[in-house]
Design a protein around this ligand. Structure first.
Ligand code: MSP
Length: 637
């Protein structure tokens, strides 16, 4: 393999080690790995970076809830993440952890660079803060009065803080989106981001003083650096920016930041602006992929519905899982994961099409040619069509890979797999074998079959390198490295001794597998709930829960997501506000007997006071009200 095509730097997001990764996370890493392997095979000098994003309030809270230090907490999870990538043979060149010394000191350096260039200043932040997202928002960014990212209510918060002059880069960012359309893909994301920038950018609060699990602001150790500024910097701190700049000079700017759709904004607006503030080049491409969803909606640990990639790998193998992820879903769009779709895909494409082809080819070469791949001697019908398809596939795969269309690239390869199977049916070697006069033609058919399979083994390498090697082993080609340029030429197979092995993808009994997977998923679900820290009875006893009868309900005049209730609790009628207008109409709630946290300090929502809180149960994407038959005013305990 040569390295003469230039450099290619690809990154995945750095994952939060707040819990173990699920199949949705592996999706992005599998895509990046396939691309890295593909580019290496094509002769690029590839740098593939992944890692973990270990600071922030969420991690600090999770550690507290588990009774360990944040560092202990992340160390344990990061070990599991590295183990997962090892099992999946992810070919990263570096794994960066944001708690590593090399990262910490370089992030501080980045902060200072921007500060010294005049783009960081100290101010007073008075804003609306979404705790789960660790994001401050301005009034104009809220959607129906709630966090635009997660839809949850935000709170007023004020603190001394450092700000990044993001607003200064509005024009340059607009130019970037308009002048370099390929910078951000897919097109829909680019349009969204361009509209976001055009609406006007506010300066960004980039320090926090309400918790301390982060990188200290170098000029003020009461503050830690905002987790996104810390995290985004990983793409250059891992390259040694800027105290050991050798890798940086070689690989920056990044060719592709592969990221999920919900973090495109950080990568295409904040990150380029940070680089602009340091007079450094911006990444060449940011690509936003869609999400893997379940039929009932999102995968989430709290819902106990996450799909564990390790379980699937143990049962079906790494290559089958990788193939499924890359073949089934369209880049940029969301896709639904179901066991059935996965199993059917594995059976039809892997066991039936590819597995069968390998078995047929190796068996027939054994039977008709003494196990040695013969030369081509007598061309015949169908040969040219097969050869044209086989030698034309690599260029088409390249074209699709340029667009990150993994599914179409694989479809192209499978067109060849199916055509080769059809070639066997058309040429009917078992009929040719009946008459010795057909020997030259039979040899030629076997030769073509082996050579088509040789090309297939090269084409699948970026996506399934183990299977690629296994096919080459069975074809007796184990001695040669896989070389992409060999996929463009026919007639290379000649004289190799084939060696029959096990079926590369055994056929699955779908019914049986569905049952087994369901059982696995059920047993995985009986993991203990992640609870808040234990409390004493006395603490619980401070809370006054009462039964309330909803007398009246109406929409909040200034916030679409809020409902305003008049609730009777025995002798008292009071006003309570809840953010459930998406889940309930006011009419259907009147007459319900509900549970009220009656001694909760009152709060004002958009000018209306709420005295107390109604209890709801999370149910998928909606909130279900907790009701009771006890009389209103009764104490609930
Ligand atoms: N730590 C940040 C990224 C910082 S990058 C400088 C983060 N971490 S994350 O662990 O929450 O998510 C990492 C990636 O996993 C995101 O790109 C996200 O889109 C992706 N996915 C999480 N769940 C997913 C699915 N169900 N499907 C596909 N990708 C998903 O965000």
């Amino acid at each position: 393999m040569t390295n003469d095509k230039g450099k290619y730097y690809i990154s995945t997001p750095i994952y939060y080690p707040s819990s173990n990764l699920h199949i949705g996370h592996t999706y992005c890493t599998v895509m990046a790995d396939a691309m890295a392997r593909f580019k290496r095979l094509c002769g690029y000098d590839v740098w593939f970076l992944t890692g973990t994003d270990e600071h922030g309030q969420k991690i600090q809270k999770a550690a507290e809830e588990n009774g360990v230090t944040p560092q202990e907490y992340v160390d344990r999870i990061v070990e599991g993440i590295k183990e997962l990538w090892k099992t999946m043979e992810i070919s990263y060149d570096d794994f960066i952890r944001t708690t590593e010394e090399r990262h910490v000191k370089r992030v501080q350096n980045i902060f200072m660079k921007i500060y010294e260039n005049g783009d960081i200043y100290k101010g007073e932040y008075e804003g609306l803060y979404c705790t789960p997202c660790e994001s401050f928002w301005t009034e104009s960014q809220l959607v129906d009065g709630c966090c635009p990212d997660c839809g949850r209510p935000v709170e007023k918060a004020s603190e001394e803080a450092y700000f990044f002059r993001l607003s200064k880069y509005q024009e340059r960012l607009t130019e970037l989106f308009e002048g370099t359309p390929e910078f951000l893909q897919p097109e829909t994301r680019r349009n969204e981001m361009l509209a976001f920038v055009r609406r006007g950018l506010d300066d960004l609060c980039i320090s926090r003083s309400s918790f301390n699990w982060g990188i200290p602001v170098p000029i003020n150790d009461k503050h830690v650096i905002y987790v996104w500024l810390d995290a985004l910097s990983n793409y250059i701190t891992a390259l040694g920016f800027d105290d050991e700049p050798e890798l940086y000079n070689k690989y920056w700017p990044c060719d592709v930041h592969l990221v999920g759709k919900e973090i495109v904004r950080f990568h295409s607006i904040i990150w380029p602006a940070m680089l602009m503030a340091m007079n450094e080049p911006v990444p060449s491409h940011v690509l936003g992929h869609g999400w893997l969803l379940l039929e009932g909606g999102k995968m989430s640990k709290s819902r106990g519905n996450v799909i564990d990639p390790v379980k699937l790998i143990e049962r079906y193998g790494i290559d089958a899982l990788k193939y499924f992820l890359l073949r089934e879903y369209t880049f940029g769009q969301d896709g639904i994961f179901t066991n059935e779709v996965m199993l059917n895909r594995m059976n039809s494409d892997l066991a039936n099409d590819l597995g069968n082809l390998v078995l047929r080819a190796v068996t027939m070469i054994g039977k008709y040619c003494g196990g040695v791949i013969p030369e081509s001697k007598l061309p015949g019908e169908h040969d040219d069509e097969l050869k044209a398809l086989a030698t034309g596939a690599a260029a088409k795969v390249e074209g699709f890979m340029d667009k990150f269309a993994f599914n179409l690239a694989l479809e192209e390869v499978w067109a060849l797999v199916r055509r080769t199977n059809k070639y066997i049916d058309e040429t009917m070697p078992w009929v040719l074998a009946r008459d010795a006069a057909n020997k030259d033609r039979l040899d030629t058919v076997m030769h073509n079959l082996a050579d088509s399979l040789r090309i297939i083994s090269i084409l699948i390498y970026p996506f399934m390198h183990t299977t690629s090697k296994e096919i080459r082993k069975q074809l007796g080609m184990w001695y040669a490295d896989v070389a992409w340029e060999d996929a463009f030429v026919f007639d290379m197979a000649n004289g190799e001794q084939v060696k029959k092995g096990d079926a590369i993808f055994p056929r699955l009994d779908i019914e049986k597998e569905l049952e087994a997977l369901e059982q696995l998923q059920e047993s995985a679900q009986s993991v203990p709930l992640e609870l808040k820290p234990e409390i004493e009875y006395d603490e619980f006893d401070k809370m006054d829960f009462r039964v309330g009868l909803i007398l009246e309900a109406k929409k909040h005049p200034k916030a679409d997501k809020l409902l305003v209730f008049k609730v009777k609790m025995g002798t008292e009628v009071r006003q309570v506000i809840s953010g459930v207008a998406d889940d309930y109409t006011p009419e259907e709630m009147v007459g319900m007997k509900v549970v009220v946290v009656a001694n909760l300090k009152s709060r004002t929502f958009r000018g209306l006071e709420s005295k107390g809180m109604l209890l709801f149960g999370e149910n998928g994407d909606r909130w279900d009200i907790v009701t009771t038959t006890a009389p209103d005013g009764a104490t609930v305990c």
